[in-house]
Write a protein that binds this ligand. Structure first.
Ligand code: PLP
Length: 459
């Protein structure tokens, strides 16, 4: 046991391979269905949206996928990211637990999302794509893709949820500074957007709707534009495995092994990124690390959603996948400030959660900000509200360890910094933030709002 605080790796320790959980997952993946025919999709359907290399990664059962050299070159700008022991936080809690965090907020775009943005931009460039379309909520994904577009010389078109576009202009300015075009969704650039605006000119937008617009633009571009998704899909989860692979080495430098690994979940990618390499060690090498996914009580897809086939987007253009879902027509409550607003969750992660390999818990937003502020005041880093979900549960586990007099080793992923979330912090500081539980009526009606799928697919 060392008394070090930072566990640094060097450039040569940047992983050479991504790890794909589907090689070790004991659960076969459910089929992905065409949104209109509801038959299993073909690579042809997917190839309208994605380059073939990414489709192959999506369905791959190979454990290790080599990271292309140009992507590793880009990774060198910020990877390996720091692993830090939160000693000041431990002291403030008076806990015998050791708390470590992996700082993905260290990336130039401010979150883990650049790990997959760089990879997706590379494979698209290689396949001759000219432009990428995408959606963004708070703007972290759009920022990462805008930056990756510059690295690999692609135009980037971002459909940004209107409330965020209006209320969080700084992320938009940042994306534009990195050279992306940013539109407030719903727009009048797509059929979906036009129809939505005709029914409701003041529609605030949602992530599901913005996905529909970005997909429509790519699907109707005659192959010039492809679509890029920042979470949920298996290839995205695979790209994020660099987080956990580095963390394994860094915990080794620290001379410890985590009892608990924690990450927040929106679509599931940063959690999978840190947790799946540790899950591999559980499955292959008899480790027994608890893996905890943390979501907001305002968007409780894992803890209260139905595990069923549902559309990936609001307009029913994206494939139907089996996941924990609140329904594709879900619109998140406006008072929810903490991000993580997607109605569904990565199917790979859902299958593992359903089978008991992963735990999940939901937390309320005032306790989340309590944790965020304590972390900022002890460790000096202002966390993204999303990341603060993980901090909340890390603190709760450390307090449990204190109660039980146990020396637990806790590792969480700090998925991003909160420098663009200061109005949410201000809402907390001035006492106008409220807790919110997703209402029971809305949960009860999910079943009726799901698509009917053919018998043979199973439920
Ligand atoms: C996008 C984002 C998330 C949620 O997405 P996941 O795919 O679940 O990781 C969490 N934290 C930050 C900082 C993000 O930008």
């Amino acid at each position: 046991m060392s008394d070090q605080i930072r566990f640094n790796l060097s450039e040569k320790d940047i992983p050479k391979f991504w790890y794909n959980i589907n090689a070790d997952s004991p659960i076969p993946p459910a089929p992905v269905l065409h949104p209109a025919t509801k038959e299993p999709v073909t690579p042809d359907f997917l190839s309208v949206l994605f380059p073939m290399e990414l489709i192959l990664q999506e369905i791959s059962t190979e454990a290790y996928i080599e990271i292309p050299e140009p992507v590793r070159e880009v990774y060198k700008l910020w990877r390996p990211t720091p692993l830090i022991r939160a000693r000041n936080l431990e002291k403030a809690l008076g806990t015998p637990a050791h708390i470590y965090f992996k700082n993905e907020g260290f990336s130039p775009s401010g979150s883990h999302k650049l790990n997959t943005a760089a990879a997706q931009a590379f494979y698209n460039k290689q396949a001759g794509t000219k432009a990428l379309t995408t959606e963004t909520g708070a703007g972290q994904w759009g920022t990462a893709l805008a930056m990756a577009g510059q690295f690999f010389d692609l135009d980037i078109e971002v459909y940004m949820v209107r409330v965020s576009f209006d209320q969080k202009p700084y992320r938009r300015f940042l994306m534009e500074t990195y050279g992306a075009q940013v539109y407030a969704s719903p727009t009048d650039r797509t059929q979906t957007g036009k129809e939505t605006l005709r029914k409701d000119p003041k529609n605030p937008g949602s992530l599901g709707l913005a996905i529909s617009e970005a997909v429509e633009v790519a699907a109707t571009s005659n192959g010039k534009k492809k679509y890029s998704l920042g979470s949920v899909l298996n290839h995205v989860l695979t790209h994020q495995s660099v987080i956990g692979e580095e963390a394994l080495k860094q915990m080794d430098l620290a001379g410890e092994y985590p009892d608990i690994v924690i990450g927040c979940v929106g679509g599931g990618s940063n959690f999978a990124g840190i947790a799946f390499p540790f899950l591999r060690e559980n499955l292959r090498n008899g480790q027994r690390t608890r893996l905890i996914a943390v979501e907001p009580t305002a968007t409780p897809s894992l803890t209260r959603g139905r595990y069923a086939f549902d559309y990936g987007d609001t307009a029913q253009m994206a494939p139907i996948v089996k996941m924990h879902t609140l329904g594709h027509d879900f619109i998140p409550p406006a008072i929810h400030a903490g991000g993580l607003r997607y109605h569904g969750m990565a199917p790979t992660l859902c299958a593992l959660y359903d089978a008991g390999y992963i735990e999940a818990t939901a937390v309320r937003q005032i306790p989340i900000f309590d944790a965020a502020v304590l972390f900022a005041r002890t460790e000096g880093i202002l966390p993204a509200p999303e990341s603060a979900h993980a901090i909340r549960v890390a603190i709760d586990e450390a307090l449990k360890a204190k109660e039980n007099g146990e020396k637990k080793v806790i590792l969480f992923n700090l998925s991003g910094h909160g420098h663009f979330d200061l109005s949410a912090y201000n809402a907390y500081n001035t006492g106008i933030l409220e807790d919110y539980e997703y209402p029971e009526e809305a949960i009860a009606s999910i079943e009726q709002r799901l698509p009917q799928v053919p018998e043979f697919v199973g439920k």
